[in-house]
Design a protein around this ligand. Structure first.
Ligand code: SF4
Ligand code: SF4
Length: 147
């Protein structure tokens, strides 16, 4: 059974930490972020890579107050489904081929929702859903039984 989330080795060594090398790391209104995040990223003229990414391709504030989007990515709750970002290599190359199996899909769906529910309040979930409606990214829609 595959894991829902890529591990640090996959992200840094296989993917090259791509999602930390984009300019727009979302933050939500009122979100508490660590001073290290703000210091590393603002002001950031002409900067694409998050300032918290270290030379090994790992997040320096992984265990601290990084943006919620960083903890959730590549999955977001959307109504009664999960949206998986197709900009994520792990989603495209590991998850997508595996979910043709109903058993795998249900297990992943359940595990992802449990993980999101642990981290996200109802209000944050609504705010993220709203942003997703305006987002031009491509997503894989995952629906399954919660068991
Ligand atoms: S805070 Fe960490 S996880 Fe978030 S974009 Fe920056 S390096 Fe990546
Ligand atoms: S895009 Fe996906 S595989 Fe790549 S670093 Fe981000 S979460 Fe990991």
């Amino acid at each position: 059974m595959i894991k829902a989330y890529p591990d640090a080795w996959y992200c840094s060594q296989v993917c090259g930490s791509r999602c930390c090398r984009v300019a727009d790391v979302w933050t939500l209104p009122g979100e508490e972020l660590s001073y290290d995040f703000w210091r590393a990223n603002y002001p950031r003229p002409g900067k694409d890579t998050c300032g918290c990414l270290d030379e090994r391709g790992l997040c320096r504030i992984h265990d601290g107050r990084r943006p919620l989007i960083c903890s959730l990515f590549p999955y977001f709750k959307f109504e009664d489904a999960v949206l998986a970002s197709l900009s994520c290599k792990y989603v495209r190359e590991v998850v997508l081929p595996a979910i043709s199996s109903h058993t795998v899909r249900d297990r992943l769906f359940q595990g992802i929702l449990e993980c999101i529910d642990c981290q996200c309040s109802a209000e944050e979930t609504r705010e993220i859903e709203q942003r997703l409606r305006e987002c031009k990214g491509a997503f894989l829609l995952i629906r399954g039984n919660r068991g």
